[in-house]
Design a protein around this ligand. Structure first.
Ligand code: SAH
Ligand code: SF4
Ligand code: F3S
Length: 470
């Protein structure tokens, strides 16, 4: 296994559980009632999944939960650093907490996650946000009970931001947001160092959980009634690459698919560089795996891809799409794109447009490039104005809107097996096709958490309408 990665021992986790027990009465004493926490995770599903483990630990400390900071005794933001906008939003929301702290000085305000893993951000919080009590980075999440204990015992601000290559912590309690749709982290960190991206700096090196730990957690989730499981990682395609157990992502799919039960599997996010034909075979052959591939391409131009340090070119990306569609003609493909990478010209951006036209994505996540301090791209000349980039973005969005409408229309008249995920106030149920397209249909609230067959009756741009056929 790579460099400075710590496998957290069972003793260490037991020690943290002890801190939970020791903290519980102190928290009740501090607040005069059962403490209540507000936890909000920004950013990607990995962060949301970390947030569920954070809530698991807080629950063991005796916390109840609320969905507003207004009446919370502990307010915790699990932050994201991927774009400047994400960071600004967090700091804006932290600023707004000052008023709460003035009225209720005992409130604990905590920041964790990717943004505060950056040294300069931690410094800024230390200086400019004195009412923030607890700050901890991505490699200290499993030590939350100890840090809360230290804070309430010592009364001083606690900053814990270990600089290491990452940890693997098994056996943490988890409090999932849903009872039927769940995240299952299989690896963490990233070794790719795309030149624009902060993630490898804040999440550490790639490290995979063992196949046994992944399978056991999947089995527990299925036994508990989970019907939709999303495997998570920054780059799930490189699952197991640094280990010698011989289980790669394709094999892991087959092992999970073999578990008995009525459930479906999804995964996020994959990198084209490590997307193998074996994985596409496994996706095609495993009946529980949703026929949806989220494969970020970022740019359709080879020079830009090289500058981005992506390790594939346009031809290779299109080849993978071809191979995937050969095996799964109904496959729904989605992607991420960056518009206005430093030095990108309009002609180069047109290669992104032509790739989008060629692939016909179901949907796209589009981002205007945002400079991240400490990444190589932040030092590259970036002559194109934001206004100009915003124009390119509009062009891309209107192209994709037409494509999405066409792709959605292909579903008309077809019947899909859909997990009912939500019941809306208008009396309609909401779910997703296995290709991850949202779909609404009339139905009873009692169906939430169950699979139903839905025939598509109307296709709008991003969402389908249908009716239950069984
Ligand atoms: N590991 C995932 C991506 C995680 S970040 C992957 O490689 O697919 C999610 C998306 O944010 C990226 O795919 C990229 O499109 C976008 N992104 C990352 N850094 C960015 C930056 N500095 N500016 C704009 N978009 C960025
Ligand atoms: Fe960032 Fe690239 Fe890693 Fe994705 S693969 S997290 S874009 S460095
Ligand atoms: Fe953001 Fe960290 Fe995820 S930077 S996108 S929360 S890995």
């Amino acid at each position: 296994m790579a460099c400075n990665i710590t496998i957290v021992s069972a003793e260490e986790i037991a020690k943290q559980r002890d801190y939970c027990k020791k903290s519980a009465p102190l928290l009740v004493e501090r607040f005069g009632h059962t403490p209540i926490a507000f936890v909000h995770s920004y950013g990607c599903q990995q962060n949301v999944s970390d947030g569920e483990r954070i809530k698991g630990m807080l629950a063991e400390m005796g916390f109840g939960f609320t969905d507003t900071p207004d009446n919370a005794d502990l307010i915790l933001f699990n932050t994201c650093a991927v774009r400047g906008h994400a960071e600004d939003r967090v700091l804006g929301n932290v600023g707004a907490l000052k008023a709460i702290k003035q009225v209720r000085p005992q409130t604990i305000i905590a920041l964790c996650g990717c943004m505060v893993q950056q040294e300069q951000v931690a410094q800024k919080v230390r200086k400019s946000y004195p009412y923030v009590n607890l700050v901890f980075g991505t490699h200290a999440i499993h030590r939350l009970p100890e840090l809360v204990f230290k804070l309430i015992k010592g009364g001083k601000r606690v900053f814990e931001r270990p600089e290491c290559d990452g940890v693997i912590a098994e056996g943490l309690p988890v409090r999932r947001d849903s009872t039927f749709k769940g995240w299952l982290p299989i690896m963490n960190g990233c070794n790719n160092f795309c030149s624009y991206c902060i993630v490898p700096y804040v999440r550490g090196r790639e490290r995979s959980r063992t196949p046994e730990d992944v399978i056991n957690e999947a089995k527990q989730m299925i036994a508990a009634g989970f019907k939709d499981i999303t495997l998570l990682g920054q780059n799930v395609n490189s699952y197991g690459k640094n280990d010698d157990h011989g289980v790669d992502f394709a094999k892991l799919h087959r092992m999970l698919n073999d578990i008995d039960g009525d459930f479906q599997l999804r995964f996020m996010t994959s990198h084209p560089k490590d997307c193998t034909l074996e994985l596409l075979d496994a996706m095609a052959e495993c009946d529980k795996v949703c026929k949806h591939l989220h494969l970020p391409f970022q740019s359709g131009n080879d020079r830009v891809l090289k500058e981005m340090n992506r390790h594939y070119d346009r031809k290779r990306y299109l080849y993978l799409i071809d191979e995937a569609r050969k095996r799964m003609p109904e496959l729904s493909i989605t992607s991420d794109v960056i518009v206005g990478f430093p030095g990108e010209t309009y002609e180069e951006f047109c290669d992104t447009l032509s790739l989008v036209e060629k692939v016909q994505f179901t949907s796209l996540f589009t981002f205007i490039y945002s400079a991240r301090e400490g990444t190589p791209a932040a030092k590259m000349p970036d002559p194109v104005s934001h206004t100009e980039k915003a124009k390119w973005m509009s062009e891309l969005l209107s192209l994709q809107e037409g494509i999405a409408a066409k792709r959605c229309a292909l579903s008309l008249g077809k019947t899909y097996r859909v997990l009912c995920e939500e019941h809306h106030p208008d009396g309609k149920l909401f779910g997703r096709t296995d290709g991850n397209i949202g779909i609404t249909f009339e139905g009873d609230k009692a169906k939430v958490g169950q699979f139903v067959n839905v025939k598509i009756t109307k296709a709008l741009n991003w969402v389908l309408e249908g009716e239950i056929t069984d």
